[in-house]
Design a protein around this ligand. Structure first.
Ligand code: BMA
Length: 374
């Protein structure tokens, strides 16, 4: 009788060992802080979700580069827990990104956020390497041209060298690399970027995703990244996975979704967010990945109760690690504006404080550096 018991015990131990092993980032050489961030994120969904904001420390509605300022902080007294930044134009040696944020300042914002236990996620709207145009100007054959053997392959690797230098320049106070959730080729199921939708084949973008990750990891020795696979809205498991590079290349599975301008779209948005999150969660569960809302927003926030009645109402029923609101670029004129979180006295500001107080939402004061990175 002893032997079968011992056997069962060993099987159980093995199962635990496999589970623990599976709960590591796909980069087997990820730095200790990156592994810890991964494990922190992995456990999060059952507790709540991190609230994030793109370019939070750089500018807000009516201000730019005011030290320690943040629209989220102006409204709640607290910073977000997650900060989005963007590398577009670093590839062409510009000192500022495509949204006019100087890369030097970005590095400081990232360091400040990390030192208080904030989490960093980075996107890259890189130019079209075949034509030199923007990310939003697709041209036939672009992806193929940068794959190994393609005419623009060397140009592309020279661009990867630049983002690798940026990632490796992010260091904490003890010289450790600051972990980053990198989400290359985001919204890759849509047609608007040169890397997306009908502008390349699923096989081409999968190959590019794998090449990019391999190059950063093995050639450039970048080991402070978690990789997010990030589509736009989608309708089925099959549609989501059409361009998925494979389980061994992805840590986080997410998607982007925006509500249209009209309050009347609340119900349709809630329904779509709810059903899409349900599909995402089933994929993440099956693949043992971290589910997240990699970008969301409702430009202009005209609905004074949107945060609790619409967004939280849906997110409360789900288990994701984080949700990143897009940027507060502000007003170009009365009719042209872009902001996705409130600023003081904005129509949804009071409601945002209720949202902030919900036990499900996690902001900076709810987490600290020890807990996230050590
Ligand atoms: C878009 C808009 C643009 C911006 C771009 C890249 O959604 O916010 O104004 O340049 O993202 O950040």
């Amino acid at each position: 009788m002893v032997a079968p018991k011992l056997f069962l015990f060993l099987i159980a131990e093995l199962a635990i060992a496999i589970t623990i092993h599976a709960q590591n980032p796909v980069d087997r050489q990820a730095t200790a802080e990156t592994v810890n961030l991964f494990q922190f994120l992995k456990k999060l969904p059952s507790k709540g979700f991190l609230f994030g904001h793109q370019d939070d420390l750089a500018y807000g509605v009516g201000w730019k580069y005011v030290p320690e300022r943040s629209d989220i902080k102006d409204v709640t007294g607290d910073y977000p827990a997650l900060y989005g930044f963007e590398l577009g134009r670093i590839e062409v040696d510009q000192p500022v990104n495509l949204d006019s944020v100087p890369f030097d300042k970005m590095r400081t914002f990232i360091r400040d956020a990390y030192e208080r236990g904030g989490i960093i996620t980075i996107s890259w709207h890189l130019n079209n390497p075949l034509t030199g145009n923007t990310a939003w100007q697709p041209a036939p054959g672009t992806v193929q041209s940068i794959l190994p053997g393609g005419d623009k392959h060397t140009l592309y690797t020279s661009w990867l060298d630049k983002i690798a230098s940026f990632f490796l320049s992010l260091k904490g106070s003890h010289g450790e690399y600051i972990p980053v959730i990198f989400r290359p080729f985001h919204e890759l199921n849509g047609d608007w970027f040169w890397w997306g939708g009908k502008n390349c084949t699923p096989e081409e973008i999968k190959e590019l995703y794998r090449f990019t990750e391999t190059y950063l990891r093995d050639q450039k020795k970048v080991h402070n990244l978690l990789y997010a696979y990030n589509t736009d809205r989608f309708k089925s498991i099959q549609a989501y996975l059409e361009r998925y590079p494979g389980d061994e290349w992805v840590d986080i599975t997410g998607f982007d979704i925006y509500q249209g301008y009209n309050i009347k779209e609340n119900k349709a948005f809630m329904h779509e967010l709810d059903t899409t999150l349900t599909i995402l969660e089933s994929i993440a569960r099956e693949k043992n990945k971290i589910p997240a809302l990699t970008e969301f927003g409702y430009n202009g926030l005209p609905d004074s109760t949107w945060w609790t009645n619409v967004l939280l109402n849906v997110l409360e029923k789900h288990a994701i690690a984080y949700a990143l609101a897009w940027r507060n670029a502000g007003y170009r004129n009365e009719k042209q504006y872009e902001f996705y979180v409130p600023y003081p006295k904005q129509a949804s500001a009071v409601n945002f404080v209720d949202f902030y107080r919900s036990p499900r939402t996690i902001f900076q004061k709810d987490i600290n550096k020890e807990e996230v990175y050590h």
